[in-house]
Design a protein around this ligand. Structure first.
Ligand code: 4NP
Length: 149
């Protein structure tokens, strides 16, 4: 089972989603992350994501931002996006129903069919990163309960 977490920059939300899910699943499950923009390719996660992860005993400094690619539709079984804008950006690249069906809005795991956004914390303060961490922790708990063997 391979799971991809996707946001816009792959420096704030999806690196947290990747590492949080990794703490909850067994080692046979591969978890990665990517961004729909290549704006921050090669960069470390945002310092505020590094700090909120550290506060929760998770080290995300091994991660580097990369852009979502068409190959990801083939490589991954599940593609979780953080918000509706990510959903549009990813699904418009899909070329068939199978690819489309892999793409899911992550908070629908907690609030089915509500299509709620994990808010983009980039332009806000540190509190936004705490909120994002807690939302992702809840969603990843549900995901892990479904995919863990
Ligand atoms: P992310 O946050 O999508 O959660 O990684 C953002 C990071 C960078 C930018 C926007 C959102 N940016 O505009 O550079």
């Amino acid at each position: 089972m391979k799971v991809l977490m996707v946001c816009l920059g792959n420096i704030c939300r999806s690196p947290l989603a990747e590492s949080i899910l990794k703490t909850k699943v067994n080692s046979t499950i591969v978890v990665e992350s990517a961004g729909t923009s290549g704006l921050h390719s090669g960069e470390l996660p945002d310092i505020r994501s590094i700090e909120i992860a550290k506060k929760n005993y998770i080290d995300i400094t091994n991660q580097r931002s990369r852009k979502f690619t068409l190959n990801d539709f083939e490589d991954f079984d599940l593609i979780y996006v953080m918000d509706k804008s990510n959903y549009e950006n990813v699904t418009k690249l899909s070329t068939n129903k199978e690819e489309l069906s892999k793409v899911k809005i992550i908070l629908n795991e907690c609030y089915p069919d509500e299509n709620l956004d994990v808010p983009d914390p980039y332009y806000g303060g540190e509190q936004g990163f705490t909120t994002v961490f807690n939302m992702l922790d809840d969603a990843c708990e549900v995901i892990a309960s479904k995919i863990n063997i």
